[in-house]
Design a protein around this ligand. Structure first.
Ligand code: NDP
Length: 239
């Protein structure tokens, strides 16, 4: 089944895949796009515990919840095969982890950060490229962080997280060079500092405010943004 069309209001009806959809910004993306009438493939590690996501899926029939640990590459392939005939208009690589560094570097923890934040989103994107290429919209969004900017680096923040987001940025930049804007549009997008489990209670932005800004930016992506690093408002972030 190839899903593409428009709803009764004439709004384009897209299919959107979101990782880490059970809480924080991922859940915010699901809520926003569901309210717009979009079809959503919402992935998360433990659907049985994703009560808020389940409640949204009961409210909006066009949300499919799929169990997925993005670091389980066999599961990524199985999910891509399950949706092999779909057209995915927007792929949002949102899932990520921030682990603090204690007194000494721990290789296993660091590698897990690199894997989750940088490697897994690229492997997942590769797996779903046929579905994204089928779309005329074909946007791939990688949720990054200004903490991944080398130019903006300060002596704060986890080295595991910063280096992983910097690796993601380079991977996306390199990936984007394989495509023109008219084939695949790929961007790194920083959501701002947001009040989620990761961002903490003192963060500047609510999830709703960050999502409102990001969805506007995603909708307005043009050729100049392809392969670039943007903040939630669509401004360029220094690499
Ligand atoms: P949260 O910690 O609230 O949520 C993280 C999400 O990622 C959860 O759904 C979590 O699932 C999921 N996740 C983590 N590891 C995996 C995995 N291996 N497989 C599948 N899902 C996984 O963070 P935010 O919502 O704040 O962050 C979303 C994105 O935004 C991240 O990429 C983050 O780096 C980025 N970001 C956030 C900022 C902020 O201020 N909040 C600032 C800059 C960037 P589970 O519940 O199973 O753990």
């Amino acid at each position: 089944m190839i899903l593409i069309g428009s709803n009764a209001q004439g709004l384009a009806m897209y299919t959107i895949l979101i990782t880490g959809a059970n809480r924080g910004l991922g859940l915010g993306f699901v809520r926003h796009y569901a309210e717009q009438g979009m079809t959503i493939i919402a992935t998360c590690r433990e659907p049985d515990k994703a009560t808020e996501l389940q409640a949204l899926a009961e409210q909006f029939s066009h949300i499919a919840i799929e169990a997925l640990d993005i670091c389980d590459y066999a599961a990524v392939i199985r999910l891509s095969e399950k949706y092999a005939d779909y057209c995915i208009d927007i792929l949002i690589n949102n899932a990520g982890i921030l682990v603090s560094v204690n007194t000494a570097y721990d290789a296993e923890t660091w590698l897990k950060s690199l894997e989750t934040n940088a490697v897994a989103p690229m492997i997942l994107t590769q797996a779903f490229l046929p579905q994204v290429k089928r779309s005329a919209i074909h946007k791939v969004v990688f949720i990054s962080s200004s903490y991944g900017s080398i130019e903006l680096a300060t002596a704060e923040g986890s080295i595991y997280y910063r280096s992983a987001k910097a690796a993601l940025n380079m991977a996306v930049r390199r990936f984007a060079l394989d495509y023109t804007y008219l084939e695949i549009t790929a961007v790194c997008l920083c959501p701002g500092w947001v009040r989620t489990d990761m961002g903490g209670v003192n963060a500047e932005l609510s999830v709703d405010d960050s999502i409102a800004a990001m969805v506007t930016t995603i909708a307005g992506l043009e050729s100049e943004h392809h392969g670039q690093f943007l903040n939630q408002y669509g401004d360029f972030v220094p690499w």
